[in-house]
Design a protein. Structure first.
Length: 251
């Protein structure tokens, strides 16, 4: 156990160093020349990696939702829920950094940009998942409803994130840069900083996911233990022996 704890401590230390190094890279880089406020172009170093993390977690949640419906294994529900929760977290970071980018670059917190609006819809779909879970009693029914909802929601999410922004009329109306990375238009320093930040954000997401899964599995084990205790108590009551009691003779 001591060795495992030492490895966990080392992993946390390395992750902390990686986050610090990536943050330093993002701060020490040159200002963006074509940015309205050049020094604030560093928002992109956080915005883009959070988008990737959010997307990967969305699909990981969908995969585990499918696994739950196929196997009815409650652990798959734990994996799916952890992924979707963290996807919402990183999605909120994407929205926050995007709004800040909009204010700095375009002069308005909300630009009515189609890309902003479509991602807001994605966040609302994510939030609806947790409204559904909170409104349903715990148990297999809640897990099944959540899994079915998330699989059904994956299709509109894919459309909103990958198809809708690339429609010609939307791409022409949007202020959002869509070809900077695909066409290799990033400055070499920015490119390597984005890659470094992406690696760090994904490691951070994996660490948070592991923690959330451990907590979820612990809750699941506790629920199963409570269920076994209730079953044992019920069995004892059902098989109890009723002894005859003699009453005093009144006559």
């Amino acid at each position: 156990c001591g060795g495992l704890e030492g490895m966990n401590g080392l992993g946390k230390a390395l992750l902390g160093l990686a986050v610090a190094a990536a943050a330093a890279l993002s701060l020490l880089g040159p200002d963006a020349k074509r940015f309205q406020t050049p020094e604030l172009a560093r928002i992109f170093f956080w915005h883009f990696p959070c988008t990737i993390a959010c997307t990967l977690l969305l699909f990981w949640g969908a995969w585990n939702s499918l696994r739950y419906l196929q196997t009815r294994n409650p652990q798959a529900d734990v994996f799916a829920t952890a992924a979707i929760e963290l996807s919402l977290l990183f999605g909120l970071l994407v929205m926050a950094t995007g709004i800040l980018f909009s204010r700095v670059q375009w002069g308005a917190w909300w630009q009515q940009d189609p890309r902003q609006t479509s991602f807001l819809l994605v966040l609302l779909i994510l939030m609806a998942q947790f409204v559904l879970r909170s409104a349903t009693p715990e148990g297999p029914r809640r897990a099944a409803l959540s899994a079915a909802y998330w699989l059904a929601a994956t299709l509109p999410i894919v459309f909103l994130m990958f198809v809708f922004p690339r429609l010609p009329q939307i791409a022409n109306a949007s202020f959002h840069p869509s070809d900077t990375i695909q066409q290799g238009q990033l400055d070499p320093y920015y490119r390597w900083t984005v890659i470094s930040m992406l690696a760090v954000i994904l490691m951070l997401a994996a660490w948070l996911y592991r923690l959330r899964v451990r907590a979820g599995l612990a809750e699941l084990a506790l629920e199963e233990f409570d269920g076994e205790l209730e079953a044992d108590r019920g069995g004892s009551a059902a098989t109890g022996v009723v002894r005859p009691v003699s009453l005093p003779d009144k006559g």
